[in-house]
Design a protein around this ligand. Structure first.
Ligand SMILES: NC(=O)c1ccc[n+]([C@@H]2O[C@H](COP(=O)([O-])OP(=O)(O)OC[C@H]3O[C@@H](n4cnc5c(N)ncnc54)[C@H](OP(=O)(O)O)[C@@H]3O)[C@@H](O)[C@H]2O)c1
Length: 387
């Protein structure tokens, strides 16, 4: 590695750390960080703090408070914007500042904008270096990248499994398969995604809170509960997502078969209900994705259980997967497996992850990546019946 590249990576790493300060606050915008460097020293920093807030480059220039010195460099984790949004184009700001060198991490994922800023800046006589820590800078914004290009939410699944891929014992014991550090990481992702989803089975078994808890701080995303026939309603013993402080953040996703009486009772509690028309008692996950797009929900973090996540795979609707694996072995055919419902006879028919990342949390390992479906995937019709 040349010393120039090592230096660029060092400053880009700092810009990445700044970008992460916007974690969970910038949606539908990306997290972006920027630093201005003069004579090898960081003289100003910025990050995009929240949706509607100033862009990272603008914050960094404001922090500098004077024109940059000749030879100054701007490091920014994402290609600067070249169109006038709510805050003006950062390309114009850079040109007007007199700065002569810009180093960028990831390229704008939107095809009409990708590379446009590079061309505009170069036309203005500014040196542009691209692709520094590109993979890290791109992967920081998995929600934004997906939303910008597809205008649908990133549907991500999370499972905590044993070495043999089980999420609960034969007696439904699942607390806790992974250790504290892995569970803290799950809370970090809950804070990023604007919504969490679980099936009625998980609520019935675990009565989860479904909030992001990080030390003292608690934050509640939209909490989707899939309950096609409203079986969770119970006069005497309501799950806490229907009664807690955040109940207005709970959205029960059901069908017209759920019963108007139960829907009214839920609404009386303050809980929201999405009724998605379906010929069966199961909501079509494709229709659910569409409804989320209409509501500008950029990502859904599906935390289980097995049935809901498997359904997403069978329908090719799962976009991203997080699997936390603990060093436990049940070796019990009757323990609950996380994925089922496919007939995979050949490796070419297997579902794969791409852009895979591995992280370690104590004794547990996280494998995560984008889900890539094989050309031919066979659903086991016997196992996959939509109620
Ligand atoms: N280790 C982990 O990471 C992890 C995570 C979560 C859960 N778990 C464990 O997994 C177990 C629960 O798994 P599970 O497979 O029974 O539960 P689940 O997937 O949470 O819930 C299944 C139920 O949700 C409803 N549902 C699913 N898809 C639906 C759709 N498209 N439309 C409408 N309703 C839908 C159905 O209710 P109806 O049958 O009433 O129609 C279905 O029976 C528990 O033991 C829990 O502790 C483990």
């Amino acid at each position: 590695m040349t010393s120039d590249l090592a230096q660029h990576e060092g400053f880009m790493r700092r810009a990445l750390a700044l970008a992460r300060r916007g974690w969970g606050r910038t949606t539908p915008n990306p997290m972006v960080g920027a630093v201005i460097v003069e004579n090898g020293v960081v003289v100003a920093e910025g990050f995009h703090p929240e949706d509607g807030g100033p862009h990272a480059e603008r914050v960094a220039f404001a922090a500098l408070g004077r024109p940059p010195q000749p030879g100054a460099t701007l490091y920014v984790t994402l290609e600067p914007c070249s169109t006038h949004g709510r805050t003006g184009a950062c390309c114009d700001l850079i040109r007007e500042s007199g700065l002569k060198r810009v180093v960028v991490g990831a390229t704008d994922p939107f095809p009409d904008h990708a590379g446009r800023a590079y061309a505009l800046l170069r036309q203005a006589g500014i040196e542009v270096i691209t692709g520094v820590l590109e993979a890290e800078c791109t992967q920081l914004n998995i929600l934004f990248n997906h939303w910008t290009v597809k205008r649908t939410p990133l549907l991500a699944g999370k499972a905590a499994v044993t070495l043999d891929g089980k999420i609960a014992t034969r007696a439904a014991d699942s607390k806790w398969i992974t250790g504290e550090l892995a569970r803290a990481d799950v809370h970090r992702w809950r804070r990023l995604f604007p919504s969490i989803a679980v099936g009625a089975g998980t609520v019935a078994a675990d009565n989860p809170r479904l909030t992001a808890r990080n030390g003292e701080e608690e934050w509640c995303p939209w909490r989707f509960i899939f309950d096609g026939r409203l079986r969770l309603w119970n006069e005497r013993n309501q799950p806490s997502v229907f009664t807690d402080f955040y109940r207005e953040r709970t959205i029960v996703v059901t069908t017209q078969h759920g019963g108007l009486g139960y829907m009214r009772k839920l609404r009386d509690l303050g809980v929201k209900v999405w009724t998605i028309e379906s010929p069966t008692q199961r909501v079509s996950l494709t229709d659910f994705r569409l409804r989320c797009s209409q509501e500008n929900i950029t990502g859904v973090f599906f935390e289980g259980g097995a049935q809901l996540i498997s359904e997403l795979v069978q329908l090719r609707e799962l976009d991203y997967l997080f699997v936390y694996r603990s060093p436990l072995l049940f070796a019990d055919d009757r323990a609950k497996s996380v994925f089922s419902g496919l007939r995979t006879e050949k490796l070419v028919n297997a579902v794969r992850l791409r852009d895979v990342l591995h992280e370690t949390f104590g004794d547990d390992t996280l494998v995560r990546g984008h889900v890539e479906y094989p050309e031919k995937m066979y659903v086991d019709e016997a196992a996959f019946s939509l109620g």
